[in-house]
Design a protein around this ligand. Sequence first.
Ligand code: SF4
Length: 99
Amino acid sequence: MADVKRIFEENTWAARARRTVTSVLPVDKGRKGRCRRCGACCKLPVECTFLAVDEDGLCSCKIWRLRPLNCRKYPRSCDEHLTREICGYYFEKTAKTAK
Ligand code: SF4
């Protein structure tokens, strides 16, 4: 069971598929912070063809208005937050996640 859990918490296509399915769910209320436009989540598991980088190194999406739900909501939950070392978002414990 631990191996299955790890597959979804690492940068794999399985984890990407999981985020796509769970993207219909609401964003965890414990999420704080904001996007720093680092683009790290646009490389999960491979670099997106719609990723653009400006002269200052800030990332943007070439299809921003049409981007899929899993991009709009990333990181949706703490256990789906694969870029936590660099991301501007973080999760505080809520009554739900503290259990
Ligand atoms: S990893 Fe976090 S800070 Fe970086 S682009 Fe994605 S949401 Fe924004």
